[in-house]
Design a protein around this ligand. Sequence first.
Ligand SMILES: *Cc1c(COP(=O)(O)O)cnc(C)c1O
Length: 354
Amino acid sequence: MKKHNFSAGPSILPQEVIMKASEAVLDFNNDGLSILEISHRSKAFIDVMEKARSLVLELMGLEGKGYKALFLQGGASTQFLMVALNLLEKRAGYLNTGTWASKAIKEAKKLDDIYEVASSKEANFNYIPKQYDIPSDYDYFHCTSNNTIFGTQLKSFPDCEIPMVCDMSSDIFSRELDFSKFGIIYAGAQKNMGPAGTTLVVVKEDILGKVSRNIPSIMDYKVHIDSGSMFNTPPVFAVYTSMLTLEWLKNLGGIKAAQELNEKKATLMYSEIDINPLFKGFAAKEDRSMMNATFTLENENLKETFDTMLKEAGISGLNGHRSVGGYRASMYNALPLDSVKAVVEVMSELERKA
Ligand SMILES: *Cc1c(COP(=O)(O)O)cnc(C)c1O
């Protein structure tokens, strides 16, 4: 039986996507070859890459606005450095809202001085700082839209005169945003878009070419743009499966439809956390993530019982990250409402038993 998959990443994919991807592993396009063994320069795969790239811009409403979508490798972690290599000349401002934001800062600091505009580190990142200035003479501003580990999420983005760069790894395509506010958006595919192995980068072309350093080719966005996201062999299967997920999302009704479902799931999850005296939410209420709900059991003695009950209900991946402890329900686009209902049922069952 298929489990209720709350894994934080790599994470749940639509069942329909998994079926189509497995068919393509056996025989791609009824052509007698597997997707795993075709050339990335074949017309069949170039079509896949182009489809995936254009679906990204279409879903984000960025067509004809000077943006390019790239499917790269090295994970979001490589983007921490790549962003700085391509944009950092004098100084950049970073909003520090969690482990991933801190890692982005650490990498950029290897190139130059960077400035933390604000941080919630003193409170173990359980909230999003809101009062801060972004100096208008900086090269760019970097933020992390959703803090996967701590379960906080930016509900709004600052108005920014300089290019705004955003790590959207764990909430990309989950809610409607004005994506044209951003200079660069990047996201590892494995949370909300596809399997591990590829990283989406959406870049506004006119912000490039302004630094004096000689950027290594594979780290240069312009090189990837000029080669149609095929500078070297792309991760063929990961791009194909991401394309299938983007098609699935489009057929669902796009980001708007995904957001409606995500709101329902999050509302259900958080109302149980708030109403059930056995549990306590970790993140500040106004900053709660729609994707990752973090919570703890008030009475640790109930942990074994609760974990057994979760297991019996076929619920997987609910363990919290070690830096927060407790539990984390990751409710990405492909997670059905029924899976959240299943967790909520176990939580209220525990209350009745305790
Ligand atoms: C998971 C995650 C990362 C790391 O992604 P990799 O692809 O493993 O490098 C970076 N940022 C955020 C917000 C994440 O959730």
